[in-house]
Design a protein around this ligand. Structure first.
Ligand code: ATP
Ligand code: MG
Length: 736
């Protein structure tokens, strides 16, 4: 693979030489030479000296004690040089915006179209918003060690993806020229100017810095503070392990030096300074640890390149980065006349061109853990919010197959924005063609659904009944599970626990009924069958057949698939509250039947799920739905404000905590918005939240919360555009 022909204006300084001393301008060198690049192969960057370099992208993880330990283990196993690279730059959401446009259904109603357009505006704004950065992590080594490096990182609990072909090329160009990896017009050329204290690359400025004096002590998460300061930069940590024998010899020699200084002082009648005493202790301890193989010594070097559009901004960023190190008595070196070397050190070349090293032990380097904070950017889907800590857009697609399932649990106190954020998610889903169903006990989704061109059904009203009794698939497993669901539905409809005997009888009737092909038949047919086989049970169900509840279930049923709308709301607010659990199950079961017939990404929202979880059978039904949803590409989103009840382990409560917890275990995404003071300790325990996050959940503003996904915690802000806000806002006086 050839590198692009890029132009440069000033000759590159020879490494270690001076850029200003050139008596007359030399003809410009091709840019790849300036960056010490020979060419690119499919899996490797080849340096001018012929060294092949492999690059892997590393998925960020939240930093905690176990991860620090695992990272220290990784360091102790390293016996070749590596470069750990963090790149953070304004996000390029262009490809996502294109994908959203491609997926946008034609003929969206006017207000929905306006909301979709406004989201594009918000995304464009995010690309330019100060402090919003896309952060990615890489591990770089000579190609011959690449596989070993990957397996060591995997053993430390990190996910690693080796880069190849176009992706590798894009990264290299982005690292050399600034910005996030994106398609570039390579023919356009870029002018490079090397100055004393910065470089000009095309239309922006770069300043390379090097950590000349290391902080006295490194706290865990030291680098995260720098990364979240909102500074666009590339940060590179070069590490070279010192062989254990050599390390032990060096330490022994140092120890001897300290000891002889000590005996010299004592022979002159002076005591050793406390600093020297501590140093002697440290060296002795470290030598012992190194000899036992618990610690190792490394050559370490840390370089940073800052990117800015103009000099004033560059100076400001330099100041912010320097202040971060100064707070711990570290000092960033400005690399005067050595800007090119600085930049080279942060390219994925496994090359520390600055060639200044500091010796550090494993524990100190482990505290530099660079792969945090993580982001959830799976490079597809749509915007969920802004990560408040990483200052990055949170973008993901629950249906992209990379998650355990597409289910989301939303838990928060009343009025914290549960319904708002769900409606926003539904709206953003429908603007990219994801069909949504909403079970809405309060009737607060109807106005949004109507405005978005969806339909609103009111089960229980004549002509709007549903028919969950169709089982079309002759798949034995599906049949068995549907029979189980219908049995639970009937138990909740009956409103009382049936007892073992009755339950067995009901199961028997259902099995006998569906033993024959019953395509298209509905509740009416089943009821007649039941009258013949178990009259007592039939009596209990009579209100649904001929009584006041006869409109909830209909024989024909509304065929959800026949004219599937982008959003369908089951408005249950007209039903008596005690009927809502049964109605919720009827709706869920009907959506399930549709999903089984035609699996594709669909979202099913169950608001106020607590009402159904109160019934043991309802709880079992919901848990089994959540477990199976993935099979038919259904994403369940359940919402509740009764967090304590849902999570309670007290079996004397109406619902045992086990069902609530099982429901949560089957949700790959959990959104915790503002919490009640009374519930926070339960929530904290259930989700293993540190005290600072618990406090934050008590005081955060409406629309802020914690998204738990992929084993990480993302503090996010859910932000809607004015057009979206107008569509999803519901005020109680509004027409439903
Ligand atoms: N992310 C947000 N941005 C702006 N406004 C918001 C946001 N989230 C919530 N709100 C405002 O807060 C109000 C209450 O939110 P919402 O009705 O969603 O709360 P809830 O948690 O569903 O309450 P309940 O428990 O009563 O159902 C909304 O009407 C909206 O005006
Ligand atoms: Mg609500």
């Amino acid at each position: 693979m050839r590198l692009p022909a890029l132009r440069r204006t000033a000759p590159p300084p020879i490494i270690g030489g001076s850029a200003t001393a050139a008596p007359e301008p030399k003809p410009p060198l091709p840019l790849p030479l300036c960056f010490l690049l020979s060419h690119l192969e499919d899996e490797a960057v080849v340096r001018l000296d012929g060294t092949k370099v492999g690059v892997s992208e590393v998925q960020g993880l939240e930093l905690d004690e176990p991860k620090l330990g695992a990272f220290a283990g990784f360091l102790n196993a390293l016996d070749f040089p590596v470069q750990l690279l963090v790149r953070q730059h304004p996000p390029d959401l262009g490809r996502m915006r294109e994908a959203l446009r491609e997926d946008e259904p034609e003929s969206l109603p006017e207000r929905t179209k306006a909301a979709a357009d406004s989201l594009h505006g918000l995304l464009e704004g995010l690309e330019r918003r100060e402090g919003i950065l896309d952060r990615r992590f890489y591990a770089v080594s000579e190609l011959e060690h690449a596989e070993e490096l990957q397996s060591l990182l995997v053993r430390a609990g990190l996910s690693v993806h080796p880069l190849k072909g176009r992706v590798l090329r894009r990264l290299l160009l982005a690292a050399a020229l600034g910005g996030t990896p994106a398609e570039r017009d390579e023919a356009a050329g870029v002018e490079v100017e090397v100055n004393r204290r910065d470089l000009r690359l095309g239309d922006h400025l770069v300043r390379a810095l090097h950590l000349g004096r290391w902080p006295r002590s490194l706290a865990p998460g030291f680098l995260q503070g720098l990364m979240t300061a909102g500074v666009p930069m590339d940060l590179s940590l070069h590490l070279g392990a010192i062989p254990a024998e050599q390390a032990a010899r060096t330490l022994e020699w140092q120890k001897v030096r300290f000891e002889s200084a000590q005996s010299l002082s004592m022979s002159r009648g002076r005591t050793l300074s406390s600093e020297a005493e501590i140093a002697l202790e440290d060296v002795t301890r470290l030598r012992d640890e190194v000899q036992r193989g618990r610690e190792r010594l490394f050559h370490a070097s840390l370089s940073v390149t800052l990117h800015a559009p103009d000099e004033a901004t560059l100076d400001d960023l330099t100041q912010r980065a320097s202040a971060h190190f100064a707070a711990t008595l570290g000092k960033l070196d400005g690399l005067a006349f050595r800007q090119r070397e600085g930049l080279l050190s942060t390219l994925p070349l496994a090359l520390n061109a600055v060639a200044a090293w500091r010796t550090l032990d494993t524990s100190s380097i482990a505290r530099l853990y660079p792969f945090s904070p993580p982001d959830l950017d799976t490079r597809s889907g749509t915007l969920a919010g802004i990560d408040l800590r990483a200052c990055a857009p949170v973008v993901y697609d629950p249906f992209d197959g990379t998650h355990l399932n597409a289910n989301t649990a939303v838990l928060a106190r009343s009025g914290s924005g549960k319904s708002f954020s769900t409606k926003l998610g539904v709206l953003r889903g429908i603007t990219r063609g994801i069909v949504a169903y909403v079970i809405d006990p309060e009737g607060e989704y109807a106005s949004m659904a109507r405005a978005a061109g969806g339909r609103v059904l009111s089960p229980g009203v004549a002509g709007q009944g549903l028919n969950p009794f169709i089982i079309e698939r002759r798949d034995a497993e599906e049949l068995l599970q549907r029979i189980g669901s219908l049995r639970r539905l009937i138990e909740v409809m009956v409103g009382e626990s049936l007892g073992a005997e009755r339950r067995a009888a009901l199961d028997h009737v259902l099995a006998a009924y569906y033993g024959e092909p019953r395509e298209g038949a509905g509740f009416g047919a089943f009821y007649r069958f039941l009258q013949e086989s178990d009259e007592d049970l039939a009596k209990l169900l009579r209100p649904f057949a001929t009584g006041s509840l006869r409109h909830l279930l209909s024989d024909e049923g509304d065929d959800l698939l026949a004219s599937e709308a982008l959003v369908t709301v089951f408005d249950l607010h007209l039903l008596e509250p005690e009927l809502r659990p049964a109605a919720t199950m009827v709706c869920t079961e009907t959506v399930w039947a549709a999903a089984a017939r035609d699996p594709r990404p669909r979202l099913l929202v169950v608001d106020e799920v607590w009402s159904i979880m109160q019934h043991p059978e309802g709880a079992a039904f919901m848990v089994s739905m959540a477990k199976r949803a993935r099979k038919h590409r259904l994403g369940l989103q359940f919402i509740t404000q009764d967090v304590q009840d849902l999570l309670s382990e007290d079996s004397s409560r109406t619902i045992t905590g086990h069902s609530g917890r099982a429901l949560l275990q089957n949700a790959a995404f959990k959104l915790l918005l503002q919490q009640d003071a009374a519930a926070i300790s339960t929530v904290g325990d259930a989700f293993d939240l540190p005290p600072d996050l618990q406090r934050w959940l008590l005081s955060c503003q409406r629309g802020d919360g914690l998204l738990l996904a992929r084993g990480n915690r993302f503090p996010i802000r859910i932000e809607a555009t004015p057009e979206e806000h107008a569509l999803v806002e519901f005020s109680p006086g509004q027409q439903r």
